[in-house]
Design a protein around this ligand. Structure first.
Ligand SMILES: Nc1ncnc2c1ncn2[C@@H]1O[C@H](COP(=O)(O)OP(=O)(O)OP(=O)(O)O)[C@@H](O)[C@H]1O
Length: 648
């Protein structure tokens, strides 16, 4: 046994040995893919201005100019994703299995075909599903080797990270390790057993990308998605890890050039573009590379100029209106072509170099199991409980999509509601202030007719505006309630399906508990908001009474004014109480349904137990009868033997 100090020393020495291993210089390969015009673009009269010449040239013929870009390879509009995978990516997978880190990243303007290329569809599967299939086919053919495959899926948007496989709110930080390189501490790493598992995780992660995004397109323009597969291989029964490789599959945010004259680049990609320029632009080469300016460049530091074999897939649209974006993407592709990576094989990572205990296979399996439970609950928390349960059953896509769409619609309306609510509150405050000013003015005794008229007109105009805005707010709220009700209906529907699910009772219970908590939180927020609104309503009514009094309106008695105030308070309290009742009713119904489920499940279990008891009883009876028959037989035999003995 070594103590902590010796262990660290050993680690450093071994790490240094690894670092001293000679590296190979390999340039980043850049492959272009021009997508065809979509049917909608054709219908709108768009023209194609991009052509492929030979095997590696992309020609843009637009704005009266022809410009040619030379890449490592180029694929045209009629190419299939599988063509690109077979000729450009499969060899990289083999390098990964030898122990190299590889990265395949899709880069291009918004709508240029990055998702189509990386994810594809049923007829034309993308690079990620194709690579997943091939990975397991290859691993299965490696006799005498054990392997462990894990996957993680990260989204980076506006410098924030989201764990797409397990959307938790725990902190995640970028860390650097002397052997492992840069990694995200806190990101879930799931152990996968088959290509199907891997494809399902990827698919679920893609769904999670859209959850809660009001505008999916805008979201994807700004968000990077990084799917990482790690493969560890070792000889059977060996304690050495042997070969470890990381396969990083990246879909970068769309680099959009605005159609305006100043051609600004959207923020999502600025970090990447700066790094590509610093590494590849001959005018900037040799200078500082701003990796640390953005999360995505820090994370991809090894892929761009480090220890990794990298393939960049540049996607462009052939659409005439997109020609400027196409030029820009290809310009950066030219820079990328010249970037030199320094690649080493990740061999002989013996046990001492494992990243603490977390890296043992057993520990990874254990953690992955833990994440699996946690991620279902986290996904359920995001309002997609039914989707999680459903995708476990592998079916009913329609229902999943419906619930996701409703969630998005609800988020969108909630945003509208919040914005309108803010306007209305501001107007109310403004009105109160104006009324107060008016009261002070009337109390000052220096009344002039024109000034009074001006103040009163302003108050009336404000009141009219407030009325209109309040009406608009009410409509949005009705809309929101409608979507909420539809969502509730779908949930009930899914819940009914879910209750048909046998087994996994513990998980179901956990998910149900989370769902109930979520509902209670939602209700609390609704009530708080209604109370806040009621407070504002009362204040505004009181201000009005004050104005009436200032205006010389005489209540018949002093109590009259007081009564009016109390009435205002009660009027405002009414909707709060109604809402409390309504939410309590809903919670009651939910708990009743839950109880019914438990009762039914309990009965089913009871029946099952009775059946099992009966079967056990029957088995015992059979055994007893068999033994009784055997004893009878033996007794009879003994008797016969005795009779024979006495006769002889
Ligand atoms: N090779 C292709 N063949 C046929 N259609 C394609 C191809 N590539 C992309 N498309 C179509 O072009 C449209 C835009 O593609 P896609 O969504 O993949 O672009 P993107 O670059 O991922 O966009 P974003 O940055 O907004 O996510 C989609 O309708 C897609 O189906």
């Amino acid at each position: 046994m070594t103590d902590g100090k010796d262990h660290n020393l050993l680690l450093t020495v071994k790490a240094k040995n690894l670092l001293l291993r000679p590296s190979e210089n390999i340039k980043i390969k850049v492959v272009g893919r021009c997508r065809p015009l979509t049917p909608e673009e054709i219908a709108k009269g768009s023209k194609s201005v991009v052509n492929i010449q030979g095997k590696d040239k992309i020609i843009i013929n637009a704005a009266g100019k022809e410009q040619s870009y030379s890449l490592d390879s180029a694929f045209g509009a009629d190419s299939k994703n599988a063509d690109i995978y077979e000729s450009k990516c499969d060899a990289l997978l083999h390098r990964a299995l030898e122990g190299y880190n590889i990265t395949i990243m899709a880069f291009g303007a918004t709508g240029s075909g990055k998702s189509y290329l990386m994810s594809g569809n049923e007829e034309d599967p993308g690079i990620v599903p194709l690579l997943s299939q091939k990975l397991f086919q290859n691993l299965k053919q490696r006799t005498g080797k054990e392997y462990m495959v894990t996957a993680s899926f990260l989204e980076i948007m506006d410098e924030k990270m989201l764990d797409l496989l397990n959307p938790h709110n725990n902190p995640m930080t970028l860390r650097q390790h002397i052997i492992k390189g840069i990694f995200v501490d806190g990101l879930s790493e799931m152990v996968v057993q088959s290509a199907e598992d891997l494809a399902q995780l990827y698919d679920q992660g893609l769904h999670a990308r859209c959850i809660g995004a009001a505008d999916v397109k805008a979201h994807r323009e700004r968000a990077h998605a990084i799917f990482t597969i790690t493969v560890e291989q070792k000889e059977h029964q060996s304690s050495k890890i042997g070969v470890r490789s990381t396969i990083t599959l990246v879909e970068l945010a769309g680099c959009e050039i605005s159609e305006s004259a100043n051609h600004t680049v959207v923020a999502g990609n600025q970090g990447i573009l700066k790094v590509l320029s610093a590494l590849g632009d001959s005018k900037q080469k040799g200078g500082h590379v701003p990796y640390r300016e953005s999360l995505v460049t820090r994370l991809l530091q090894d892929s761009l100029g480090g220890n990794c074999i990298t393939l960049m897939l540049v996607t462009v649209s052939s659409r005439d209106k997109a020609y400027q974006e196409t030029h820009t993407a290809l310009q950066y592709a030219q820079y990328t072509k010249t970037i030199q990576n320094h690649v080493k094989m990740n061999l002989d990572l013996i046990k001492d170099l494992q990243l603490a205990k977390k890296q043992t296979w057993e520990e990874k399996e254990r953690l992955s199991g833990q994440y699996e439970e946690e991620r279902k609950i986290n996904l359920a928390n995001k309002g997609v409980l039914e989707w999680v349960m459903d995708s476990m059953k592998k079916g009913s896509r329609e229902l999943q999509e419906k619930i996701l769409l409703l969630q998005k619609e609800r988020d969108l309306i909630s945003e509208q509601y919040k914005a309108k609510r803010k306007d209305v509150d501001e107007l109310k405050e403004d009105l109160q202030k104006k009324i107060m000013d008016y009261t002070k003015y009337t109390e000052s005794g220096k009344k002039s007719e024109s000034e009074t008229k001006k103040l009163v007109t302003a108050i009336h105009e404000l009141k009219e505006r407030l009325k209109r805005e309040t009406e608009a707010l009410r409509k949005i709220k009705d809309n929101l309630s409608l979507v909420q009700a539809r969502q509730q209906q779908e949930r009930e529907h899914a819940r009914a399906q879910m209750t048909g699910m046998k087994g996994n009772a513990e998980l179901r219970q956990k998910v149900e508990l989370e769902e109930r908590k979520r509902m209670e939180q939602e209700h609390k927020a609704m009530i708080d908001e209604e109370m806040e609104k009621s407070k504002l309503d009362v204040e505004s009514e009181l201000a009005e009474i004050q104005m009436r009094e200032a205006d010389g309106y005489k209540y018949s008695t002093k109590e009259g004014a007081e009564l009016e105030r109390t009435l205002a308070q009660l009027r405002a309290d009414k909707p709060v109480i109604a809402m409390k009742l309504q939410t309590m009713q809903k919670e009651k119904e939910y708990v009743e349904a839950e109880l019914e489920d438990v009762y039914r499940m309990h009965n089913e279990q009871l029946e099952l137990q009775q059946l099992q008891h009966y079967q056990t009883f029957r088995r015992y009876r059979e055994m007893f009868e068999e033994q009784k028959a055997a004893i009878d037989q033996r007794y009879r035999q003994l008797l016969e033997d005795c009779i024979q003995d006495s006769n002889s």
